[in-house]
Ligand binder design. Structure first.
Ligand SMILES: NC(=O)C1=CN([C@@H]2O[C@H](COP(=O)(O)OP(=O)(O)OC[C@H]3O[C@@H](n4cnc5c(N)ncnc54)[C@H](OP(=O)(O)O)[C@@H]3O)[C@@H](O)[C@H]2O)C=CC1
Ligand SMILES: O=C(O)[C@@H]1CCC=N1
Length: 274
């Protein structure tokens, strides 16, 4: 399976790194990237083929992964509009809808329908990603299997039953690593404020998140039960959780996820008008 990435930025690098780590051949992967330095860095880091434009050589693939920013997509696809020959297209762009991608990839009269919309996340780089996928109903079983094979190589996968769910996946797990990194930053700052040097504070913060996430993934107990098991009556955790509740942090996180989902839908509305 020959795979070409359109755009070689943060998320494409995470996917490519994870795929190569899990046995995809670098010689089967190509990247179209505008930046000369970025192209050289991708070739040096991963040994993949690099192209400055989506020329015939780059288009000689089975799967085209769309990994430019949503705002860059329409212009990036213009040179190949109507030129695809049945390739499977996987879009990882936030917000952009299948109908609009199909129109930009094909022609208004004949949209390219062989498109799977996905939302991975950056832990894909270390094989710990999670991806939501939704395929245009016209994508056949082979197309769905190819998309599954690529994304399952870099983490777990969840198939959505309707396209709108991908905006929710974007808000939960696509953007989610940033929420967790923010949490780690805050825990680290607290550690420093309580007298630790930054290295020690970071170690305490990261290993706490890692250990808790692993426990939540492996234990039969729900996260709520696991939380209760940490929380001794009249103890320290109870004091901390009461302080968090008073600051409304649970509702603040739910509101943040809703804001991300709304932004995804707005991006689809704004950019799909063109
Ligand atoms: N970052 C993340 O955690 C996630 C991102 N995504 C999605 O992935 C996509 C990429 O995001 P991300 O990797 O963060 O963005 P980046 O900006 O890091 O990567 C996009 C890359 O594509 C390049 N580019 C722009 N136009 C073209 C073109 N016409 N041809 C070739 N290359 C081009 C950009 O160059 P230049 O910088 O010069 O513009 C840039 O290097 C987005 O659609 C985003 O919604 C999905 C899941 C998670
Ligand atoms: O912030 C963004 O728009 C992208 C999509 C999910 C993560 N990063």
């Amino acid at each position: 399976m020959k795979i070409t990435f359109l755009g070689g930025g943060n998320m494409a690098s995470a996917l490519i790194g994870g795929m190569i780590e899990r046995g995809f051949a670098a010689t089967d992967i190509a990247v179209v990237e505008l930046g000369e330095q970025a192209r050289a860095a991708l070739a040096a880091r991963f040994g993949v083929g690099v192209h400055a434009s989506l020329d015939a050589a780059a288009l000689a693939c089975d799967v085209l992964v769309l990994a430019v920013k949503p705002q860059q997509m329409k212009a990036a696809l213009a040179p190949i509009a109507g030129r695809l020959q049945g390739q499977l297209v996987i879009s990882i762009a936030a917000g952009l809808r299948l109908a609009d991608l199909g129109r930009w990839l094909g022609t208004p009269e004949q949209p390219h329908a062989r498109v799977v919309r996905c939302m991975p996340n950056t832990p894909a780089l270390i094989g710990c990603g999670v991806t939501g996928l939704y395929a245009d109903p016209s994508v056949d079983e082979a197309g769905r299997a190819a998309a599954e094979r690529i994304l399952a190589a870099v983490g777990s996968t969840v198939w959505a039953t309707e396209e709108g769910q991908i905006d929710a996946v974007t808000a939960i797990s696509g953007s989610g690593p940033a929420y967790v990194f923010h949490f780690i930053e805050a825990l680290e700052s607290a550690g420093c404020a309580l007298g630790f040097d930054q290295t020690s504070a970071r170690r305490l913060a990261i290993d706490t998140v890692l250990g808790a996430a692993r426990l939540a993934a492996s234990a039969e107990d729900s996260p709520a039960v696991l939380r209760q098991k940490v929380t001794s009556k009249g103890g320290t955790t109870e004091a901390a959780l009461a302080s968090l509740a008073a600051s409304g942090w649970h509702d603040a996180l739910v509101a943040a996820v809703r804001a991300a989902e709304a932004r995804g839908r707005a991006l689809g509305d704004e950019l799909g008008k063109d």
